[in-house]
Design a protein around this ligand. Structure first.
Ligand code: B12
Length: 219
């Protein structure tokens, strides 16, 4: 099977909410030597885009999205295992604390960003989803991370990103961390407005931005 056919299979698997097909497509991608991140971007993510559009048009509902997300995760679990050790940039580029913000359970994008950052040599601590603002700050201090990375998928949960920056200021530790935020409704304007340090639209851009932030920290 050619690479294009495998990408198509991964895309279709998400559209058909078929975890078995997604896992099979992932194994075929690994066998064909396709870069795991390319398989995510060119296959799985395009399938999720179709689902997002259908959801927006009222043609798809939450239960179906949950099943599609499970198929997505099933494939990513297999692809992630296949990132060859020697390809992982071993230079410790810095520590990142990643999470989905308080009140928000969308974690597909967050997980992709996490995979990309780990594969690029960052040490990533994942607090999961719906993480309270206080917990983010407590863990950032405890783990002594360089970057706090937060994902918000809803306009109603974006304010938690602002609250993280505010709490860091309140505690007088704002300058100890760089804050990078993303998620579909988040914009560069928002990030600037709340006084955070970086925005990235995609997971690969997040890696570029994280490297820039480390350079700013002189680490
Ligand atoms: C899948 C999905 C779900 C799944 C989530 C499964 C999961 N495990 O994540 C389920 C079904 C559970 C779900 C539930 C809900 N959802 Co929903 N969901 C979506 C959907 C269709 C796709 C999101 C997605 O995964 N996209 C694919 C990923 C790859 O893209 P991404 O997240 O944007 O991530 C990329 C970038 O943004 C960036 N990025 C992401 N995070 C970060 C972080 C950093 C630091 C950086 C730098 C970059 C970055 O990199 C990623 C990769 O390139 C969107 C529609 C949409 N247009 O986004 C709605 C959407 C987000 N959901 C919505 C809603 C309303 C809900 C519910 C409230 C529905 C309900 N009535 O129950 C609940 C929310 C519950 C809660 N408290 O969170 C709304 C939000 C509206 C708003 N207020 O803004 C949306 C926009 C749909 C809509 N048009 O109405 N949802």
């Amino acid at each position: 099977m050619g690479n294009e056919a495998i990408f198509q299979k991964l895309k279709t698997a998400i559209e058909e909410m078929d975890s078995d097909m997604a896992a099979e497509g992932a194994r075929e991608a690994v066998a064909a030597g396709i870069d795991p991140l390319t398989a995510i971007n060119e296959g799985l993510s395009l399938g999720m885009k179709t689902m997002s559009d259908l959801f927006d048009e009222g043609e798809m509902f939450v239960p179906q999205l949950v099943v599609a997300a499970q198929a997505f995760d099933a494939a990513v679990a297999i692809l992630k295992e296949a990132i060859p050790e020697e390809d992982k940039d071993k230079a410790n580029r810095g520590k990142v604390l990643i999470h989905t913000v308080q009140g928000d359970i969308h974690d597909i994008g967050k997980n992709i960003v996490k995979t990309m950052l780990s594969a690029s040599g960052f040490e990533v601590f994942d607090l999961g989803r719906d993480v309270p603002v206080e917990e983010v700050v407590t863990q950032a201090k405890k783990l002594k991370v360089d970057i706090i990375a937060g994902s918000a998928l809803m306009t109603t949960t974006m304010p938690s990103q602002r609250d993280i920056v505010s709490l860091l200021k309140e505690e007088g530790i704002r300058d100890q961390f760089k804050c990078m935020f993303g998620g579909a409704p988040v914009s560069p304007e928002w990030v600037e407005k709340i006084g955070a340090d970086a925005y990235a639209e995609t997971a690969s851009e997040a890696v570029t931005k994280a490297k820039e932030l480390m350079a700013q920290l002189g680490r």
